[in-house]
Write a protein that binds this ligand. Structure first.
Ligand code: HEC
Length: 325
């Protein structure tokens, strides 16, 4: 250790190091940029889906790994240069010829220099063409042995010892686990879907709903729900039903062939219920530019609900017939 560190601190090496770092400053600058672009990406992370958040985090981890690797590489090659210079100097002092250590690359490939190729010649010859019996490079051999070990572990683990579940078994396990979780959530009332959602007029809850609405829905339903591409959400006329459950269902599943996308994958059940309640709270408000009424007049919450409760297929029917008009 001492031998490695000592040369780092003498004067000549200090100037070598400084030159070295100067040459590398563009690399450092680039790494700095990469780092900050990651930070910007995080700034707009509000309200994005879980998937996107995951990719951003993965990206950041990747960037950090890259930076760490880059730095390690630079330090390593710096250290290499220094130790090499030191060895050179020592060899000179002792008056012996300096023979550099083979590089990692050379070690991994075990190249035979062209001058020594004679030693690899096989004894046969066809029309003056002779053959070299080149050996396999160590890195290749290592990979080959690893695959053999991996194969053995795989066969024993999956097919002989049954240590781990096969794909089909794994799928079944996950399905069972998911079913259990769902049953648990339903039992504890945790899960919110079109059957269990209720209107919640709590101000913070509606506030959350408004945030989601402002972020995702304004483009098509306008900022006060008056409607533009999408229908007016403030009147009593509904294409797909005006109860909180039907509104929830319209938002969750969307009406894809009419330009209203499904929000199921980008909003959580809780967010869906927040934005549903917010939309529901808009009914009866007066928007600046109301779009003309579309769909059927929904008189009272109760009557619509009665239809929904009966069965899911009736809702579908109502939706289909009104959509044609
Ligand atoms: C790309 C445009 C667009 C966006 C964004 C959009 N919608 Fe819609 N929305 C529509 C259209 C178009 C319809 C009408 C579908 C039809 O004609 O059946 C609709 C219908 C609806 C309905 C049913 C209305 C009814 O009369 O039954 C609700 C509720 C609704 N949207 C809520 C939302 C909410 C909440 C968001 C944001 C999370 C949202 N929409 C985002 C275009 C959009």
């Amino acid at each position: 250790m001492n031998q490695i560190l000592r040369p780092l601190f003498n004067k000549r090496n200090y100037s070598i190091m400084k030159n070295y770092i100067n040459n590398k400053k563009y690399i450092l600058l680039l790494m700095g940029f990469l780092g900050t672009s990651g930070v910007f990406a995080q700034g707009s992370g509000e309200g994005i889906s879980n998937d996107a958040a995951m990719y951003i985090i993965l990206g950041l981890v990747f960037l950090v790994a890259l930076i760490v690797l880059g730095t390690a590489g630079i330090l390593l090659s710096l250290l290499n240069t220094l130790t090499q210079r030191d060895a050179e100097k020592k060899a000179k002092e002792k008056g012996v010829e300096y023979v550099p250590e083979p590089s990692v690359w050379d070690k991994l490939n075990k190249f035979i220099p062209v001058e020594d190729e004679e030693s690899l010649l096989t004894d046969h010859e066809y029309d003056g063409i002779r053959e070299l019996d080149n050996h396999l490079p160590p890195w290749w051999l290592a990979l080959f042995y690893i695959t053999i070990v991996f194969g053995a572990i795989y066969i024993f683990g999956y097919h002989v010892g049954n240590w781990w579940p096969l794909q089909a078994q794994e799928y079944d396990n996950q399905m069972t686990a998911a079913a259990e979780l769902k049953a648990q959530q339903v039992a504890s009332g945790d899960v919110i879907d079109e059957n269990s959602v209720t209107y919640n007029e709590d101000a913070t809850f509606l506030g959350q709903g408004k945030r989601i609405y402002d972020m995702n829905c304004v483009a098509c339903h306008s900022n006060d729900g008056g409607g533009s591409v999408g229908p007016n959400l403030t009147d009593n006329y509904w294409l797909h039903g005006g109860s909180i459950k039907e509104i929830f269902s319209s938002i969750k599943y969307g009406i894809p062939d009419k330009g209203m996308i499904s929000w199921e994958s980008s909003l959580s059940p809780e967010q869906l219920s927040q934005v549903s309640s917010y939309v529901y709270s808009l009914i009866g408000t007066t928007p600046a530019n109301p779009k003309e009424a579309q769909g059927e007049l929904v008189q009272a919450e109760g009557s619509v609900e009665a239809v929904v409760v009966e069965s899911d297929s009736t809702v579908q029917e109502v939706a289909d017939t009104t959509a044609v008009e």
